[in-house]
Design a protein around this ligand. Structure first.
Ligand code: SF4
Length: 452
């Protein structure tokens, strides 16, 4: 008698939102595969669908609610996780359930065990001891050659425009041994670049009072400096995101000077006017930031600094906005992103007086980005004629598309290598920079240029 083989339980997966949400998604996908579930790219081929949501701004809420609606229409069995899952409406009711009462379960962010419990309840795994074939590095949503490394969850600040602490809670740092083990497994699996992420990377270990953990049989403190020193030994690119300019960041600069971690800092300054920064409840003042940037660049002249700013915060005067433009002239940042102030439901800043009309918020954003264009271009022009190291992301008919040490994936610029057809994705290369525009560099493998 032949026994019919049971169908493998299949889960559809939709992931929206920031790299931190992507990292949550990777943990859930890894667990699903470890338990023998198939992952499906389509709703109708799946037994149920998990939607990982974002709840940061109103547009993201809408996109998440639409994605849930689509999954319900096409599949019918939907589990919701992520930031929107933790959000309540004005009446204190769960927003997701209010709009989509038919969802099977709703969890907040960073809730892999709860999501798995809901999956088990509605789609039990097959018992099969031979399905446990997950690669040791887990399932990742990024290309094979770079990966996000989430070091903590939550945030101890209470910036008045942000609701992340109410969605994700206070800072919880991952044990340093666990983070380093994950990084080592990723490096062994062929990852060439680690993107260190959290809500507040500089605060790593504050919640556990920099507790001593263990790595490689040696005691090591749960602190960003020690983490970066150890990551620097892996021999791959290590890039830091969401770093607040606390004094402790100064200690990381020598690691960049020695080539242990990339000379790159993604530091969201948000504004330059001390009055606005105070209203935003941000921890830093603009003068100190300028002094600090100058000191960092004395030690590491090629340090690439990326930052983001909010325009049209409630009460922002034209003079305060101009202060921000003057700050950009002084700071000479390499990359700048801007958001016009968006009153996120539940954020304390919504109650501040002096809300500005949308046209003003948008016009200031456009003006800020135009103002920065010349600065970013000049920063890139300094690289023309130099030989730089790049990591190849893609190959197309026009050559290779890579990134330099100063370019994070998705948010920064690219390096187009016009004669790079024979390079491989995930390969490091040395190239000569021949030209640039506002965002990108153009380079050749073979150009004869002076190397500074
Ligand atoms: S530092 Fe401020 S903006 Fe960043 S997550 Fe914490 S509260 Fe939000």
């Amino acid at each position: 008698m032949t026994r019919r083989k049971a169908k493998t339980p299949t889960v559809g997966f939709v992931s929206l939102g920031c790299p931190k949400a992507a990292s949550d998604a990777e943990q859930i996908l890894t667990r699903l595969r470890a338990e023998g579930y198939e992952i499906s790219g389509s709703h109708d081929g799946a037994d149920l669908v998990v939607v990982n949501t974002c709840g940061f701004i109103d547009a993201a809420v809408e996109e998440s609610l639409d994605a849930i609606g689509e999954a319900l229409a096409e599949n019918g069995k939907v589990i919701v996780t992520g930031c929107l899952g933790a959000k309540k409406d004005a009446a204190g009711k769960d927003i997701v359930r209010a709009v989509h009462p038919k969802v099977l379960a709703v969890t907040g962010p960073h809730a892999m065990p709860e999501v798995m419990a809901a999956v088990h309840q509605h789609l039990p795994p097959l018992h099969d001891p031979f399905v446990d074939l997950v690669p040791p590095q887990g399932i990742r949503l990024t290309p094979d050659h770079y990966a996000y490394l989430k070091i903590s969850e939550g945030c101890n600040h209470r910036c008045s425009f942000c609701i992340i602490p109410s969605l994700r809670g206070d800072l919880v740092s991952r044990p340093i041994g666990e983070v380093l083990r994950e990084a080592e497994v990723l490096a062994e699996s062929g990852v060439k670049e680690l993107l260190v992420i959290s809500q507040d990377t500089s605060a790593y270990g504050v919640d556990v009072k920099y507790r001593t953990g263990f790595w490689g049989g040696k005691p090591v403190k749960t602190r960003l400096f020690e983490l970066c020193s150890e990551l620097g030994k892996l021999g791959i690119w290590v890039r830091l995101h969401y770093v607040y300019p606390y004094p402790s960041v100064d200690d990381l600069i020598p690691l960049m000077a020695e080539g242990k971690i990339l000379p790159y800092l993604d530091a969201p300054f948000q504004h330059a006017s001390s009055r606005i920064l105070k209203l935003m409840k941000r921890p830093a003042s603009a003068e100190k930031v300028l002094d600090r940037i100058a000191a960092w660049r004395r030690e590491v002249p090629d340090l690439a600094i990326r930052s983001t700013f909010i325009t049209g915060f409630p009460g922002e005067t034209e003079a305060e906005f101009n202060e921000l433009l003057d700050f950009l002239d002084e700071a000479q940042l390499d990359r700048v992103g801007a958001f016009s102030y968006s009153p996120v439901a539940g954020a304390a800043a919504n109650d501040l007086p002096g809300a500005l009309p949308e046209e003003v918020r948008e016009e200031r954003k456009a003006r800020l980005l135009r103002h920065q264009e010349d600065i970013s271009t000049q920063r890139l022009e300094r690289k023309i004629g130099r030989r730089i190291k790049v990591l190849v992301d893609d190959i197309d008919e026009e050559g290779a598309i890579a990134r330099s040490e100063g370019d994070a994936p998705d948010v920064d610029g690219l390096v187009y290598i016009t004669d790079g057809h024979d390079l491989e994705i995930g390969e490091f290369a040395e190239v000569n920079v021949i030209d640039c525009d506002v965002h990108d560099l153009y380079a050749q493998l073979s150009a004869t240029v002076a190397v500074s």
